[in-house]
Design a binder for this molecule. Structure first.
Ligand code: SF4
Length: 331
């Protein structure tokens, strides 16, 4: 059966051909379990049945000057979101405690805006140091564009990982954003890597891209080889330019996750924003290709509670991963 051949290829370290990628994306409903079984064979080889949980803090919301058309915090969004400047240190430390209580292995501090100001960067670095001293949890930050100095400051403060998503294929990028380009994103990822930070780089699917764009994005992840690949399914928010865009089905989401797994066999793959909205009752199936998810919602949209996520994971016979290497809770 062709999907098991895809798994074998993935486990040998070979990329699927473009035609094989198309076949995975076009898997019919009757072949869904075969596709997921193949993706699970790859996932299980590297991650057993463990699931990593992450918790996001939206540490600075809205007021962004960029025009990312999918984003409710952008300059071109009229979505009625909470907008506020960077939170104080204590609020960021408290978020880390909540992450620990949620059994999250990683705490993700995210800010809106093109890039942090020097004052914001200082406050973020102080908060990260306090989290490391008092809570002890792996930290990922997502703060927009970085230069080398900013990336080194984060690394020195104790940040483990930097998130900066490709979001779309290089070809499709200018369709969803004109205030910066795909290459700007590549440069920030390079700066983060030069500073010794792990990389978290994923995409948003369901914004009107073609099948070839999806394949290009998945191949771009493979080329970059980030430690973590968050896969977002576009959740249209009223008041944003893409508010009426609605292409995805649960089956398509599962096919995309499976393709990402075939092409990135050993990378952490997170089923991220849009999980609850698009997968609905099929959410547990996402854990056959993916090994990571967010609890307690996203930047401006709510999501599954930690308790519901724990139950979903254990009902499936999987287990919540307790820690990542080198990070043990300070007690
Ligand atoms: S840069 Fe970030 S916060 Fe600003 S519009 Fe784009 S995605 Fe939203």
């Amino acid at each position: 059966m062709k999907y098991l051949d895809f798994a074998e290829k993935a486990l040998r370290g070979e990329a699927l051909s473009r035609e094989e990628c198309r076949q995975a994306l076009a898997a019919p409903a009757g072949e869904l379990l075969g596709l997921l079984d193949a993706a699970y064979r790859v996932r299980k080889t590297y991650f057993s049945n463990r699931v990593m949980l992450h918790l996001i803090l939206n540490a600075k919301s809205g007021l962004c000057t960029e025009d990312c058309s999918y984003c409710s915090q952008s300059a071109v969004s009229a979505a009625p979101i909470d907008a506020y400047p960077l939170l104080d240190e204590e609020a960021m430390v408290e978020g880390a405690r909540q992450a620990r209580e949620s059994k999250a292995v990683r705490y993700c501090i995210v800010t809106s805006g093109q890039s942090p100001t020097p004052g914001e960067l200082d406050r973020l670095c102080r908060a990260v140091k306090r989290v490391k001293e008092t809570v002890g949890i792996s930290i990922c930050t997502s703060l927009g564009f970085l230069d080398d100095a900013a990336a080194r400051a984060l690394k020195d403060a104790g940040v483990n990982r930097y998130n900066h998503n490709f979001n779309a294929s290089r070809r499709f990028y200018s369709t969803i954003c004109t205030s910066h380009g795909y290459q700007d994103r590549v440069e920030t990822l390079r700066a983060a890597r030069r500073a010794g930070l792990e990389l978290c780089c994923g995409g948003i699917f369901g914004m009107g891209e073609t099948e070839d764009d999806i394949i290009d994005s998945c191949l771009a992840f493979r080329e970059l080889n980030p430690e973590s690949i968050p896969i977002n399914f576009f959740h249209p928010v009223p008041g944003t330019p893409l508010e009426k865009v609605e292409y995805l089905t649960p089956l398509k989401c599962l096919a995309i996750l499976s393709l990402v797994r075939f092409l990135n066999p050993a990378n952490e793959i997170r089923v991220a924003g849009g999980r609850e909205y698009h997968l609905r009752m099929l959410q547990p199936l996402a854990l056959y290709p993916a090994n990571s998810l967010f609890v307690s919602g996203y930047l401006t949209t709510p999501g599954q509670s930690p308790e519901e996520a724990w139950r979903m994971i254990t009902d499936l016979g999987f287990e919540v991963q307790q820690e990542v290497s080198g990070e043990i809770a300070v007690r």
